[in-house]
Write a protein that binds this ligand. Sequence first.
Ligand SMILES: [Zn+2]
Ligand SMILES: [Zn+2]
Length: 451
Amino acid sequence: MTTRQRVLVVFCLALFPIIWVGADFLLAQYQALVTVKSSGPTLRWYKGNTHTHTLWSDGNDFPESVVRYYKDNGYNFLALTDHNVLSRGERWMAVSEVVNRRKTLGHPTMEKYRALFGSDWVETRKAEKDGAEEVRLKGLEEFRGMFEKKGEFLLIEGEEVTDYYKDGEHRHEVHINAVNLGEKISPQNGGSVQEVIANNLRMIREQEERLKRPILVHLNHPNFQWSIKPSEIANVIDQRFFEVYNGHPYINHLGREASEGVEAVPGDEQIWDIVNTIRIKDLKVPPLLGVATDDAHHYHGGESSPGRGWVMVHAKKLAAPDLIGAMRDGRFYASSGVTLALVHDDSDSLRVDIEPQEGATYVTEFFGTRKDSDPSKTGELLASYEDTQVIYYFSGDELFVRARVTSSLNHPNPSFEGQKQQAWTQPVGWKVHLPAPPETLAEKEPAAVTN
Ligand SMILES: [Zn+2]
Ligand SMILES: [Zn+2]
């Protein structure tokens, strides 16, 4: 080492604590910059649904009619996610089956289909074996062009990978949505609920890497058939998204109370907090982020109808990689009716601005788990405010904090009794409890020392 090099190293080492503090300061400045940018014109809010069914599996309307609904109702993106199938290939269906699937009165499905798209668009034939009338289900690539518009509406290919684990008589349903697929994923099975989740996730990640396309993966409705426990979700470390609200009326969103011979099961929100407490506190991995979806199956009224829940994503442009990237960064919220104008977190607070609807008042509740709290206080209510601009200052011992906004207005099409319109922000404030990722350390290394 030359004298000059030695002097440089000593100088840099002496400077190291200052650089370290400086890096934190710069990080704070960067975060402030991101905030200014995120509320500026470069990012836009996009409304989307990532869980939708059609006649391609057990939905009761044609995919084009379904897409028409979302486009006409202010959505910017939609993933059609039928059970274990992509909307591809030649597929004919008996018209009688289409008719049988509708359960309510109104214009018959075929009539509605013809009225929306014209008789020339609708393809029917007589089945060879019995002469019964059949209709062809169109593939995504055939109708995509009819709806998509740059910056306004996007269709993303998806699938609800529908798997299960049978434990004696109890069939545990394990449903995972994969959005932005390039190929179909077949259910992978496994020797436990956790293994079924992990095996399917591994196949999706394999496709993601092989085809070099980001794929959004969310675990669906854990309480459907009382299928999945919080620990089984938490321990699959690679899982990052979860349905905090699903509009299907049979998914037991609120959980259940204990009764004779039946144990209590937490609702979706409590599951979310339990899972995130395990992940941050014990496993030292990032929390799950929450999506809302409608899981629509029925488009002629009743049951699992569209429009009950969605996500709002703050992204640079309306393209699958941008939307998925923004969601992975936590730049989105889940909603069943409430619109937020701003969600901003920094090192000491979480701020939420609500876009008020006429005649509505709002309650914003901040939930979180404190570092050393007893398990009964997992996801406790930390504060509650009635205003349209609210801010929660961290006390410093929260593992995470999230906000839930509840409107005084009833949900126009409730999936459970007494449902109000709500919005859910992502959990924040957890990064300080996790070991710093290696690249952050590398960035903080003073460059001159390594030269
Ligand atoms: Zn499902
Ligand atoms: Zn579904």
